[in-house]
Design a protein around this ligand. Structure first.
Ligand code: ATP
Ligand code: SF4
Ligand code: MG
Length: 337
């Protein structure tokens, strides 16, 4: 069965006054119906830009897709005409952003904004749209939805506003939702509630979910698989289980070691040394080499392809697993450098 969404070798660049910033350099990932893909990586690694390219909302200019394919339900979105693309996006894909307050209109009631989805896209009457809005608010577990439908965004807490954003995304029954750091602006307990809600709704609807985050801690419970991004590439792709058991890329190892652990309270938290590269001048060879504890001379000259990670007998894994590290085997078995 074909995947719901398959991004293949996607390339995006920003043409700026200072030069060409290569924000996405050959990203390949896929997500099936009912599946959650978590996309991880430090700030600036290209997570959002990839998502914007998929949604067709890239800031262009200065951003341009310069290569690759984005195949959604069997059709390459990059080859569609503007009208077909717009319709596909409106009907079948939705995005949830980090900052609910700036995504909602402060002078319109929440019920009006939710109802608008049905009036504009489904031609619903005012009365029906309002009923639908209440229904949606109940689906995302907003207490006393009927009484609160006419309230304005500022009358809701941050967590409730994010629920409203989720409701907005669910309104037209999309097949795919991309959530870009949906809980970053919330405090920790509310984060967990919103994440659980997303996971629950996904099970109910069987939609595909791409969850963008730089917090490895939140993905363990909700994601099926993980794609780790670094300098615009996927450096490791694997099931959640495999990644937590043993990462096959030194960068993933570093991210895992940076998760705060309750049992190590008081110990200094590990941080990956150095900074991500300037995208105007990505280092040759492996982009991670200046920061990598395993780097050797070949890493400074030869860019690692995405190797198939295999078992000890050289057989491919199921689900398949990839690592863009020349020394993935050493990392996988955690052999000393
Ligand atoms: N509008 C823009 N103009 C120029 N460059 C841009 C623009 N948007 C993004 N970029 C470049 O693309 C890079 C990747 O940005 P992106 O927003 O995808 O990072 P991210 O992985 O989502 O990071 P974060 O975790 O901070 O959200 C940025 O470092 C920036 O250099
Ligand atoms: S290819 Fe080399 S520099 Fe890159 S992650 Fe692997 S060991 Fe480190
Ligand atoms: Mg981002």
């Amino acid at each position: 069965m074909a995947a719901l969404l398959e991004v293949r070798d996607l390339q995006v660049e920003f043409r700026t006054r200072d030069g060409i910033a290569k924000a996405v350099n050959g990203v390949t990932y896929s997500v099936d119906a009912g599946e959650t893909l978590a996309v991880l990586g430090e700030s600036g690694s290209g997570k959002s830009v990839t998502a914007q390219a998929v949604m067709g909302i890239l800031d262009s200019p200065p951003g341009f897709v310069t290569g690759g394919e984005i195949v959604f339900q069997g059709k390459d979105l990059l080859k569609m005409g503007a009208e077909e693309r717009r319709k596909t996006r409106g009907d079948k894909m939705a995005m949830i952003f980090q900052d609910a307050l700036s995504s909602l209109n402060p002078v319109l009631s929440v019920g009006y904004q939710l109802g608008e989805m049905f009036r504009v896209h489904r031609g619903a009457s005012k009365k029906d749209a309002r009923a639908k809005a209440v229904e949606l608010m109940e689906r995302v577990r907003i207490p006393a939805a009927k009484a609160r439908v006419d309230d304005y965004p500022h009358q809701f807490s941050g967590g409730m506003r994010q629920r409203i954003m989720i409701a907005m995304a669910l309104a037209l029954d999309p097949d795919l939702i991309i959530a870009d750091e949906p809980t970053t602006a919330l405090d920790v307990t509310v984060q967990a509630q919103v994440m659980d809600l997303l996971a629950e709704l996904q099970r109910e609807t069987n939609m595909g979910l791409i969850l963008i985050t730089h917090d490895l801690g939140v993905v363990a419970d909700v994601a099926d698989k993980i794609a780790v991004m670094y300098a615009g590439r996927i450096v490791e792709a694997a099931s959640v289980h495999d990644i937590y058991r043993a990462p096959a890329h030194p960068y993933t190892r570093g991210l895992l070691d940076s998760i705060p652990r309750l049992d190590l309270k008081g110990q200094e938290l590990y941080a990956i040394k150095g900074l991500p590269p300037n995208l105007l001048a990505i280092p040759p060879g492996c982009a991670f080499n200046p920061r990598c504890p395993r780097a050797r001379s070949v890493c400074r000259t030869d860019r690692p392809p995405v190797y198939d990670v295999t078992d000890d007998a050289g057989r491919p894994l199921e689900p398949p697993r990839g690592s863009a590290c020349h020394f993935w085997k050493e990392q996988l078995h955690d052999r000393p450098v």
